[in-house]
Design a protein around this ligand. Structure first.
Ligand SMILES: [Ca+2]
Ligand SMILES: [Ca+2]
Ligand SMILES: [Ca+2]
Length: 479
């Protein structure tokens, strides 16, 4: 079933002077969730919530795309469907299951990563296949995708993330965690950040520690009022930093953090010093996190072993987080990923190149993928930018909005008939999106003016009204 969320085209009850407030969302959904039919029911509360809070979200099954699209295999048919949806306005895609329930596209690549013992050569899963919709990823038809002689531009056209779930229980647990992040959040942890650093490698005879990059290149971009925990191997060189151990990492994760950035080594079965068991047992259930890392293989979600890999445990555990950005293969920490993450963090908290701050975690990733390489470095065989672009992967919910500080709380009450009054800290709240939703479709969405009032008209079918604004705990009423 495709649950397309479309606004009713007209309504007579909206006072005339209010109609320009209404946001025109006709023409398609902004978010497309692709799921195996077996997980569709578990995903429905997530789809309902995103629509209710004003983000038009549609769901389609893998089986439907398989039957309706053309292509050499299932991955190609899914990509053909994405090209069609993108043309209709879709910006975000969630691949709602683990591989191979939703297949991967394997690419073969080498990179000159300045190793003493040669080049990196790997075949790995690249989710960029679903995000870069231009051209043909195997234009020479030799069955090897993503080669320099194939014809894609390697610039993402969609924000793509995957929830590597294999069961309805895993999807339901994840949806609960998204609700804990953005629907009913505790408000005591959003202004915390965690930076982790360790010995990175030896370059030209010198030992290099990534704490120096965290201190000089990342820390200055974080909001000055954030409470930043710094876990470094060379902690004694930085005032206030702590030793980067399994125990200090566990403690910092269990407290809950708004944002975590790890410049360190990794594997499919570890997240820095934390084992898979540690990840499954994290108890920050009510304080879900956003995490980004340079680690090698931390998100090799296509690993065929029956165990989930580290990034999967992070998003599927009761604790952990709602989004993870990392690598499906080797991560090239220096220079490409360091360049990437300097811009990524700048985009999150200050805005890239004096532009607006990133709206969502997913857009922060894609905006940075568009900014950090050039067309020339992406096209150059063996270039580390090309590798990094194809190895980066996001798991979890790409539409979550990074918290910029402690949330305010919204309140919502009916004003005149068909109009809603929204307050934040007892003051009229401007620029709040007010959405009437249900059953199965958005009935109307409007935005509050300076008086804190938004008029939606009356829609007898609607089952909920939700007030949503970045940085605030949303307010909901059942109708
Ligand atoms: Ca090829
Ligand atoms: Ca492209
Ligand atoms: Ca997997």
């Amino acid at each position: 079933m495709i649950a397309l969320a479309l606004l009713a085209a007209c309504t007579t009850e909206v006072p005339e002077q209010r109609t320009p407030d209404a946001v025109d969302l006709l023409g398609g959904s902004e978010v497309l969730l692709i799921t195996p039919a077996a997980l569709e029911e578990a995903w429905q509360p997530w789809v309902d919530w995103k629509n209710a809070r004003g983000l038009p979200t549609a769901m389609i099954t893998v089986e439907e795309l398989d039957a309706s699209e053309q292509g050499e295999d299932l991955a190609a048919r899914i990509r053909a469907g994405l090209q069609r949806y993108a043309a209709q306005g879709t910006r975000f895609v969630v691949l709602g299951a683990d591989a191979p329930l939703i297949p991967t596209r394997e690419v073969s690549l080498w990179a000159d990563a300045h190793l003493d013992d040669g080049y990196l050569v790997e075949t790995f899963a690249s989710e960029l296949y679903y995000a870069d919709l231009d051209g043909d990823w195997d234009s020479d038809g030799d069955g090897v995708y993503g080669e320099p002689e194939d014809a894609m531009d390697l610039m993402p056209d969609l924000v793509v993330s995957r929830l590597p779930a294999r069961s309805s229980d895993q999807v339901s647990g994840f949806v609960d965690k998204v609700f804990a992040y953005e629907r009913w959040p505790l408000t005591d942890y959003q202004d915390r950040a965690l930076l982790m650093g360790e010995w990175a490698g030896t370059f030209s005879g010198f030992d290099f520690y990534s704490s120096s990059a965290q201190e000089a290149l990342i820390l200055p971009h974080l909001p000055s009022d954030f409470e930043v925990t710094r876990l470094y191997e060379q902690y004694d060189q930085y005032e206030g930093a702590l030793d980067n151990t399994r125990q200090t990492q566990k403690d910092a994760f269990n407290r809950g953090q708004g944002f975590v950035l790890n410049f360190g080594h990794g594997s499919a079965s570890t997240l820095s010093n934390l084992s898979l068991d540690d990840l499954w047992q994290l108890d920050n259930t009510d304080r879900p996190m956003l995490l980004a890392t340079v680690e090698c293989f931390g998100c090799a979600f296509d690993d065929p072993s029956p165990d989930h890999v580290a990034c999967e445990a992070f998003v599927l555990a009761e604790g952990g987080g709602v989004a993870y950005l990392g690598n499906t293969t080797y991560g090239i920490g220096f220079p490409s990923l360091t360049d990437f993450y300097i811009l990524f963090v700048e985009g999150l908290y200050e805005g890239l190149e004096d532009g607006p701050i990133a709206s969502t975690f997913g857009e922060a990733m894609v905006d940075t993928q568009r900014a950090f390489p050039t067309a020339e470095t992406l096209a150059a065989e063996g270039h580390t930018d090309r590798w990094t672009q194809m190895a980066l992967v996001m798991v979890g919910d790409p539409t979550v909005e990074p918290w910029l500080g402690t949330p305010t709380a919204l309140s919502l009450e009916e004003d005149a008939e068909g109009c809603w009054k929204v307050r934040a800290d007892d003051q009229p709240a401007e620029g709040v999106s007010v959405t009437l939703y249900g059953p199965g479709e958005v009935q109307w969405r409007s935005e509050t003016g300076a008086d804190g009032v938004a008029c939606t008209g009356t829609h007898p079918q609607a089952t909920s009204v939700t007030a949503w604004r970045r940085g605030a705990v949303p307010a909901e009423r059942t109708l």
